[in-house]
Structure formats: structure tokens, C-alpha cells
Ligand binder design. Structure first.
Ligand SMILES: Nc1ncnc2c1ncn2[C@@H]1O[C@H](COP(=O)(O)OP(=O)(O)O)[C@@H](O)[C@H]1O
Ligand SMILES: [Mg+2]
Length: 233
């Protein structure tokens, strides 16, 4: 099992402001699978992703990624884990405005031991002809593709996406989802994707529904629908 989450609990604040956000979450994901996490706003989706990504410490429980326990790691080892294993994609692209597309991606390329080929990645993401542009010269979808390329250049084994299409129109969202599917096939990247986008449920291997900090339902898709065939997103 690539990812094994066992009974994780996470709270914020103290006394009157105390809130338990994750109330004992357990789940698994096999290597190379795409998983969607859904749930209403405030249900704990981002918190779960941030805990798995080592950005936020849990109160208790266990998170094993590729056989390694990440709960309780020192800040240095957590930072090594993020650098070696993870790619992050957020709703807002967080590109560096005064760097070009290629330079934005290069920033992460330098961190990697065995980066992917820049030219191949630019091509896969449809960015070849935009590589020397600045973020402000790109559409939202192009900026998100650049952010995805930046997350992927180091060939992370686990890609964590928090509402990657949240700021995009439906057609562009579909393009991004098709792209994530292609990347999953091509690079065998394991993916956890938080999204409000409903049809995406049909194209991924696994779906997790979170309600009020707990897993309400989870299931595997026996028959996946390729994203290109999805009509409405
Ligand atoms: N850093 C924080 N400090 C205090 N409360 C937080 C913090 N992060 C999230 N929360 C609270 O945790 C709950 C779940 O948030 P979040 O995981 O962002 O939900 P979702 O991503 O599902 O919308 C919300 O009630 C939110 O206000
Ligand atoms: Mg969120």
C-alpha cells in the first residue's frame, strides 16, 4: 500500500476556540492510483491533505507513505520527505510573477535528484509555446498547467491537489482533469485530489467522501470513465 492513514485526529485552538477537525480518519491508497476527496466546505479536506503532506502535524494516528511513518518526524526529516516524495497543486497557482513559465518550473527542478525532462514536461502540459511568458500573460488554465508542471518536474511519487480547478471555468477544468489523468498514466503518479467537481468521481480509481471530519463513504470505481468522455464537469 503506497499510502496508509490510520485513525488520524487533528484539532485546532484551545478552550472556547477548540475544534476537532479530523475525528479519526483511516484509509489506504495503492501506488499509481488517482483518488478524489469530496465533502462540503469546512469538512476537513484541506486539513487531511495538509497532514498527509506533512505541512500540518496531527494530534494522533499514523500516516505511512511508501512504508515510512511521517507522524513524529523532525522538521528536517519532514522537509526531506516533502522534497523527495511530494508535489503540491493548490487552487491559486502561487507562481512567481517575475519569473517566466520555464523559470518557475526550474526553481523546483534544481531541488530534484532526478528531474523529468523539462522539454517533455512542457510538451505534455501544452506549455512549449508559452515557456518564455510571464504568469500575467497566461490564462487561468495555462497558469494552473504551469503550477502542475512545477509540482511534477521532480517526478514526485505522490501529487496532492487541493481544488486544482476551483478557480477555473468548466471547460478549462475538464482540460486540467484530462491532463491529470494523462500524467497519472504516463508517470504513474499517485494522486489525491480534493475537488467540488462532481463528474471527476467517475474518472478516478477511488472516491472518499468526508463529512464533519470523518469518512462518510469510500469506494473504488470498477469501471472508470475516461475524462475525455465526461460530458459535464
Ligand atoms: N489553521 C487553522 N486554525 C483553526 N481552524 C482551522 C485551521 N485550518 C482549518 N481550520 C478549521 O478546520 C475546519 C476544516 O477546514 P478545512 O480542512 O480547510 O475544510 P475544507 O478544506 O473541507 O473546506 C474548518 O472549520 C476550519 O475553520
Ligand atoms: Mg479546503
Amino acid at each position: 500500500m503506497y499510502l496508509a492513514v490510520r485513525d488520524i485526529k487533528k484539532s485546532y485552538g484551545e478552550n472556547e476556540s477548540y475544534i476537532q477537525v479530523l475525528k479519526g480518519i483511516s484509509t489506504n491508497l495503492e501506488a499509481g492510483k488517482m483518488c478524489v476527496i469530496q465533502g462540503s466546505s469546512g469538512s476537513g479536506k484541506s486539513t487531511l491533505l495538509n497532514c498527509i503532506g506533512g505541512l500540518d502535524p496531527v494530534d494522533s494516528g499514523s500516516i505511512c507513505v511508501d512504508g515510512k511513518e511521517i507522524v513524529g518526524l523532525s522538521p528536517q526529516l519532514l522537509s526531506d520527505y516533502r522534497r523527495a516524495c511530494l508535489g503540491f497543486v493548490f487552487q491559486f497557482y502561487n507562481l512567481v510573477p517575475n519569473l517566466t513559465v520555464k523559470e518557475n518550473i526550474q526553481v523546483c527542478e534544481y531541488l530534484a535528484k532526478q528531474p523529468l525532462s523539462m522539454d517533455e514536461l512542457l510538451e505534455t502540459l501544452g506549455l512549449t509555446q508559452h515557456q518564455n511568458k510571464f504568469p500575467s500573460q497566461l490564462s487561468g488554465g495555462q497558469q494552473q498547467r504551469c503550477a502542475i508542471a512545477r509540482a511534477l518536474i521532480k517526478n514526485p511519487r505522490l501529487l496532492l491537489c487541493d481544488e486544482p480547478t476551483g478557480a477555473l471555468d468548466s471547460e478549462t477544468s475538464r482540460d486540467i482533469l484530462i491532463l491529470l489523468d494523462e500524467i497519472n498514466k504516463k508517470y504513474k503518479t499517485t494522486m489525491l485530489i480534493v475537488t467540488h467537481n462532481n463528474s471527476i468521481k467517475n474518472m478516478v480509481h477511488k472516491v472518499i467522501l468526508i463529512k464533519d471530519g470523518q469518512i462518510h463513504r469510500e469506494y473504488d470505481n470498477e469501471n472508470r470513465i475516461p475524462p475525455a468522455l465526461l460530458e459535464d464537469l
